[in-house]
Design a protein around this ligand. Structure first.
Ligand SMILES: NC(=O)c1ccc[n+]([C@@H]2O[C@H](COP(=O)([O-])OP(=O)(O)OC[C@H]3O[C@@H](n4cnc5c(N)ncnc54)[C@H](O)[C@@H]3O)[C@@H](O)[C@H]2O)c1
Ligand SMILES: [Zn+2]
Length: 650
């Protein structure tokens, strides 16, 4: 790298860091940022005299937003030195071991959020300050008051700084983004930015709504006089801070590696995003001997996890036609490796998503994949456009059967029931594991059978003959026979499986079970009124089922005839006061809520979760809240648990 290149790279880093720290809207992936920062660091180590005075490698990142009052930390806040592999871990330990042998290391999860310093005086939370440049941060005390996991009072009376990470649960993050999209706001690119954006709010009512969580990881100024970080943390947790899982002491590189690997493997099961593991030398005297660089403590480091977010390029958009005819755009991207998996496709949900992202072919994008979640494009890096980008055009004709597409709100649909894409996907769905579970009838085979005109719909599966299959490419005798047998084996399947396998829009596994239990084979003839009285079945579901049965009744009847499904229907209860009545159960009782519900359901009652004019009885236990009040307000008959038992005595 030449001096010019180095200076240019530093400018890029500064721009990226500003977008990240100041606006909570990154314009690069962490991986890219880390890579470039590393390259610059190498240059700086070799040419200390040429080091840029604003190099992000030399300072704690972060600027104070207008509108916030500034506040001083009592003692400095730091960043962490990143390490990425065993070799770097060995080097780090070697450097740390200069001050002594037999070191012990305290390992903590590194939750990915935003740093917060809490100052307690006389046991009262006095001030909450963001990290800022390490010396001065933003005063967000009012916002900290709204975070449940931050105690307002603690039992330690001396002046103390307690530090931790403000994070957001992955599930809450999804919900916030759904709301933001609904309100026409830009969604946050990841949970880290969501927590930073939510903590750094001028309106603490907004912060309060965001369900932030404080995960404590250390202390700043204090007069506790403890010898070990591990003891210190134990003491802090005893003050009422919630203890993070997997805080472990280690004595060797092997032990550290084991803890690290274990944490990486459990990463998806944490409700919050983890981006690494922080390793600290446990002994506080040793920490003091090692001291700090300009940017981070020499006695701790962050062992980063493999990145979940990568930057890549959108090559193309393909269109998939699902079994209900919905046309979904799928992004084809330049392949990137994320956590060992090669990612080439990302889901886009619908064309609205493309508009919202302002996505164009050839755009650089940030893509995220975590756990089993389907890879998704979270951001378009518009400042990298070169002029070669191409608009993505909404289709008007079905990409498979060329019939005109119906545009329904944000959905685009092929309405042709015989569209081979719809036929293929509905058969694939029918055969899939959670439906009829037909072994050997995977995507490719279904496509082949439809292409070779051996089947035209689900029913045709049951008239497939050995001779039909035997002559097909790739079908040996055994394979053909196995498939015939697997199809035959679906006979006698439970009714709700068959209903679920039909792939009726809005009717999933749970609804199928409920409907079959309620109506049995008569499901074919139910009315809107009968459906709508069931708890959990809304108008949309009812209409979808009715419409499906109207169009496909003949096929369904034939299918029942062939499969002869097993029906487990509810048994007609004998006459009692709760039969066919709508009942709401609320508050704590002598038995679990589920037991009480089951008891009532066996008596033929419909259990509802909310009180309305339609409710016949509200049965209440201890601490019954708003449902009890509503029952009184609507003049609905209320019963205690014992009164209920009295009524069903004999
Ligand atoms: N995408 C971008 O454009 C961009 C720009 C700038 C920075 N970044 C990212 O931010 C990183 C640098 O940010 P940073 O300096 O804030 O470092 P960092 O976030 O990687 O690590 C330091 C922070 O970790 C937090 N932390 C979490 N758990 C901890 C624990 N158990 N003990 C101690 N601290 C803990 C603390 O808040 C501390 O301030 C880079 O590595 C990069 O990935 C990305
Ligand atoms: Zn079509």
């Amino acid at each position: 790298m030449t001096k010019e290149e180095y200076d240019k790279n530093i400018e890029t880093l500064i721009t990226w860091a500003k977008a990240y720290y100041v606006y909570d809207e990154p314009i690069a992936s962490d991986e890219e940022y880390d890579k470039l920062a590393r390259l610059c660091l190498d240059f700086e180590n070799k040419n200390p005299e040429l080091t840029h005075q604003n190099s992000p490698n030399k300072r704690v990142g972060g600027v104070i937003l207008d509108g916030f009052s500034k506040a001083n930390h009592l003692s400095r806040m730091w960043s962490q030195e990143d390490i990425f592999n065993t070799k770097e871990l060995e080097d780090w330990i070697k450097r740390a071991s200069k001050v002594g042998d037999n070191l012990e290391f305290f390992c903590q999860p590194k939750f990915d959020g935003v740093s917060l310093n809490l100052i307690y005086e006389n046991g009262i939370l006095k001030q909450a300050i963001t990290r800022g440049d390490g010396e001065i941060g933003e005063d967000v005390t009012q916002n900290a008051y709204t975070i449940q996991s931050i105690p307002l009072k603690i039992d330690e009376k001396s002046l103390i700084e307690i530090r931790g990470e403000v994070v957001i649960k992955k599930s809450d993050f999804e919900n916030i983004n759904k709301d933001r999209i609904k309100n026409g706001e830009t969604p946050f690119s990841n949970p880290r930015n969501a927590s930073a954006g939510s903590l750094r709010q001028l309106d603490s009512n907004i912060t309060a709504k965001r369900k932030l969580f404080f995960n404590v990881w250390g202390v700043g100024q204090n007069s506790l006089n403890l010898q070990k970080t591990s003891e210190m943390m134990k003491y802090i947790f005893s003050l009422g801070f919630i203890e993070a899982p997997m805080q472990t002491l280690a004595k060797s590189i092997e032990e550290i590696e084991n803890i690290y690997n274990n944490m990486v493997s459990k990463r998806d099961s944490f409700p919050m995003l983890l981006d690494g593991m922080v390793i600290k030398i446990d002994d506080i005297h040793t920490q003091e001997d090692l001291g700090f660089t300009q940017k981070f403590p020499r006695w701790s480091c962050a062992y980063k996890f493999p990145a979940l977010e990568k930057t890549t390029k959108l090559k193309d958009i393909i269109l998939q036609v699902g079994r209900t005819g919905v046309v979904t755009p799928v992004a084809i991207v330049e392949p990137v490796l994320i956590e060992g998996a090669n990612v080439e496709r990302a889901s886009l949900h619908n064309f609205d998503e493309i508009n919202r992202l302002d996505l164009k072919i050839n755009d650089s994008v940030i893509i995220i994949r975590s756990g089993d979640v389907i890879p998704k494009i979270t951001k378009v890096l518009k400042d990298r456009r070169t002029g070669d980008e191409k608009e993505i055009i909404k289709p008007t004709l079905c990409p498979v059967c060329s019939s005109e597409l119906l545009i329904e709100d944000i959905m685009i649909k092929c309405q042709n029931l015989d569209c081979s894409a719809r036929v293929v996907s509905s058969i694939i769905y029918f055969a899939s594991k959670n439906c009829m579970n037909i072994d050997g009838l995977g995507d490719k085979i279904v496509e082949q059978l439809v292409r070779e005109q051996k089947i035209f719909d689900i029913l045709d599966l049951y008239s497939l003959k050995f001779e039909d299959l035997n002559i097909l490419d790739g079908f040996r005798e055994k394979k053909a026979q196995n498939l015939i047998d697997a199809i035959k084996n679906t006979k006698g399947s439970e009714l709700h499986r068959v209903i679920n396998a039909l792939g009726i829009e809005h009717i999933g596994e749970v609804a199928s079970k409920q409907l079959c239990f309620e109506f049995g084979l008569n499901l074919i003839n139910v009315t809107f009124e009968e459906l709508i009285t069931l708890d959990g079945i809304g108008e949309q579901m009812a209409n979808s089922l009715l419409e499906f049965m109207r169009v496909n009744k003949e096929i369904v009847l034939k299918l029942f005839e062939i499969i002869q499904p097993t029906v487990t229907q509810k048994i007609e209860a004998k006459e009692n006061i709760f039969k066919n009545k709508t009942v709401v159960v609320t508050g704590t009782m002598s038995k679990s809520r589920n037991e009480i519900k089951e008891l009532l359901e066996n008596l033929g009652a419909k259990i509802s979760s909310s009180v309305s004019k339609k409710t016949d009885f509200v049965i209440f236990g201890e601490d019954a809240g708003s449902k009890y009040d509503k029952a009184i307000e609507l003049n609905i008959k209320i019963l205690t648990e014992n009164e209920m038992y009295e009524l069903i005595k004999n």
